[in-house]
Design a protein around this ligand. Structure first.
Ligand SMILES: Nc1ncnc2c1ncn2[C@@H]1O[C@H](COP(=O)(O)OP(=O)(O)OP(=O)(O)O)[C@@H](O)[C@H]1O
Ligand SMILES: [Mg+2]
Length: 284
């Protein structure tokens, strides 16, 4: 279980990115973190793995206080947290298999350890993970020969190789097409269920968040303004999270685009995001 108590962050520039965050994430729960640009979503994720130092508050993972760790202990704790980034952060000139294996190394010591051979059991596990994410056939390809969706799958396999308890995922679908975005979210969701993993997923696409998360937390200006199941995320609540102005400027969708979308909890933007490509009935 992950708990954040009174977590705040003020950057040295004076920007207050997080304010008194109280959050408990039970084991196995998939949480989507939504909110406008600058709300503090990435800062929150980075405070958890200490890529950013919180200015105040405590963060605990299964009772272990993360905020006071340093050196070797911090590296060990980070291995319990798999990071998946928008930009995939793969090493382009290395093979898919080598990129996945780099997940064994945690965040540091990569180049130092790379010259050594990996234990056979790590290679076998990396292969199993590549099979699971549908990329076993591409294990010898260079990472820069893959599509965006394939690269994200490698990123997911790499994060899982360190057997984390928690996945921290920052905009996994931001540069992917709608269909690939869904596939990636479904894969993350299924892997969390298979392995009993908790996840925090920062995501701009509200419809995807509603479809694939157990719980949605809405951040606005560094504060939690919504915390509940996807079904409770109403249009009014989205206005609270994202602000009126943004919704006012959203163009009305075409009538055909709102088909299959429950009207009670949907905003125009959400409806636009929710349209499957060439939806059944060929409405487009
Ligand atoms: N390294 C930094 N130094 C100074 N200020 C920062 C830094 N990183 C983020 N901020 C500020 O902190 C606030 C929150 O930023 P953050 O990146 O966490 O938002 P976000 O919700 O992830 O936004 P986006 O959706 O655009 O990714 C913003 O005001 C931002 O300008
Ligand atoms: Mg961000």
């Amino acid at each position: 279980m992950l708990t954040l108590n009174g977590v705040g962050k003020r950057y040295s520039t004076g920007d207050r990115a997080l304010n008194n965050i109280e959050l408990t994430l039970p084991n196995g729960q998939v949480m989507a973190l939504i909110g406008p640009s600058g709300a503090g979503k990435s800062t929150l994720i980075r405070c958890v793995n200490r890529l950013v130092e919180p200015s105040e508050g405590n963060i605990r993972l299964d009772g272990m206080e993360l905020t006071s760790l340093s050196g070797q202990k911090l590296r060990q704790a980070r291995r319990a947290m798999g990071m998946i980034f928008q930009e995939y952060a793969l090493v382009d000139r290395l093979s898919v298999m080598e990129n996945v294996l780099s997940g064994r190394l945690g965040y540091v010591g990569f180049w130092r350890s790379f010259a050594r051979r990996y234990p056979q059991e790590a290679v076998a596990e990396a292969f199993r993970l590549l099979e699971r994410v549908g990329l076993a056939h591409a294990m010898d390809k260079r990472a820069d020969a893959l599509s965006g969706g394939q690269r994200q799958r490698v990123g997911i396999a790499r994060a899982l190789l360190q057997s984390p308890k928690l996945l921290l995922v920052d905009e996994p679908t931001a540069s992917l097409d709608p269909k690939t975005s869904r596939q990636i979210m479904r894969l993350i969701r299924e892997l969390c269920a298979e392995r009993g993993l908790a996840a925090i997923i920062n995501i701009h696409d509200v419809a995807l968040a509603q479809q694939f998360a157990d719980r949605i937390v809405g951040l606005r200006a560094g504060e939690i303004v919504f915390d509940g199941p996807p079904s409770e995320l109403t249009a009014e609540m989205l206005t609270t999270i994202y602000g009126e102005e943004e919704w006012d400027t959203t163009p009305e969708p075409l009538a055909s685009e709102t088909e299959n979308v429950p009207s009670s909890a949907v905003t125009p933007r959400q409806a636009v995001n929710n349209v499957p490509p060439l939806a059944a009935g060929g409405a487009l």
